[in-house]
Every structure is written in C-alpha cells, then in structure tokens.
Design a protein. Structure first.
Length: 211
C-alpha cells in the first residue's frame, strides 16, 4: 500500500536533494548503462538504449526475482510488472528509449544494479509529452542540465518531479517566467522523472555519437 501511495502522488511529494547515479560505457554506437537501486527502495529509471523490440524481456533479461517495474502512461496510469521464477509477468511490455519507469528493488543488505545493453539512439529523436503527468527520461545516455544540455523544451507552468534515492521522495522544480526555479534540474544517465505539462507537446533531439 505504501508503494502505491508513493507512486500515485507524484505532484505532491517534495524533498531536498537528488541522489541518482549511473554509468555509461560506449564503443561507437553500442554500449551499456549500469543503474543502482537502493535495497528495498524505489528509483525512477529511464531506458536509453535500443535492444531488439525494447520489450522488458529484452531490456532487462537478467533482473533477479523480486524486482518490480511500474510503467506509467497518462491514459492508463501504472502497470505493475513483476519478476517471478526468472520471468516477467508482462514481458511483452515495452520500455523504449525516453520511457521512464519506477523500479522497486527487493529488500536486503545489497543494492540492486541493473544493466542495460544496446545501441545508442541517433538521428531525429522524439519523446511525446501529453497534457498532465508524463514519466519520461532523456532518449539518449547523456547527463547534464535538463534544458541547456539535454534540450528539454521548458515552458511556463511546467513542473519536474525527480526522485531522491536517499529520502525516497520527490524533488520539485518549476519553470516560471522563462527559467527553472529554484534551479535548473540536473539529470543523470539512466534517470527518469515526471514532467507535468499544461498542454500536449514533444521533446525532440537531433543526436549523434560523433562530434
């Protein structure tokens, strides 16, 4: 019940600092990303590599039993996908580059590390943003300032809700009068977040691994 309440109150949670870490390794346009989820805790993760059809079976084939993925869409809300006896309960669900989702790690003494392997998306990339809440991430494995580096199109009235691993709560940022307040969000590789939009839009990138 506690998990359900946390997941369904994105617009209400506020915390103080962001603790999201990840690593990305790349050779040409192929690489892998490690994302760590605290034991017994939650983290908002983003897939940023293409692997086959990007089904959860392909994206996270080696996840241990007890891991739960919560995929969110504005139309349907959360879908719960569990790893049990070495299989996903809904393995055909997709986690495309730019999709954000919660991951719940089993309780224990050791944090969970998930590894994403695949091709780095290149070319004209687009993440659709619907009116209301969207759970998204950068469609490419790049860290930095949300608008300045990742080219997110901030508009007045936008809210960003990032997840703090340590406090297990949200950090809220608002776009007001052409700027992010209290400061521009810094996004890590492999990190997803909620964005609340006043109207439909899109986040577009022209990206290449070559300089």
């Amino acid at each position: 019940m506690r998990t359900k309440l946390i997941l369904t109150t994105a617009a209400l949670g506020v915390a103080s600092s962001l603790g999201a870490t990840a690593q990305v390794y790349s050779v040409n346009a192929v690489g892998y990303i490690n994302v760590t989820i605290p034991a017994g805790g939650l983290k908002i993760v983003a897939n940023q590599l293409n692997t086959g059809g990007n089904t959860i079976n392909e994206v996270l084939p080696e996840a241990p039993d007890g891991v739960i993925v919560y995929k969110y869409t504005p139309e349907a809300g959360f879908v719960t996908i569990q790893r049990v006896f070495g299989e996903w309960s809904a393995g055909s669900e997709t986690l495309n580059p730019g999709d954000g989702f919660f991951v719940s790690a089993p309780a224990g003494d050791t944090d969970l590390t998930l590894t994403f392997v695949g091709e780095v998306p290149q070319g004209n990339l687009e993440v659709e943003l619907s009116e209301g809440l969207n759970l998204v991430g950068s469609p490419v494995p790049q860290a930095g300032a949300l608008s300045e580096d990742l080219e997110f199109p901030g508009e007045d009235g936008d809210f960003i809700y990032q997840w703090d691993d340590e406090t297990q709560a949200y950090v809220t940022t608002q776009f007001v009068f052409g700027e992010w307040l209290p400061s521009e969000p810094q996004v890590a590789v492999g990190e997803g977040f909620f964005v609340s939009k006043a109207s439909d839009g899109s986040w577009t990138r022209q990206f290449s691994v070559n300089p």
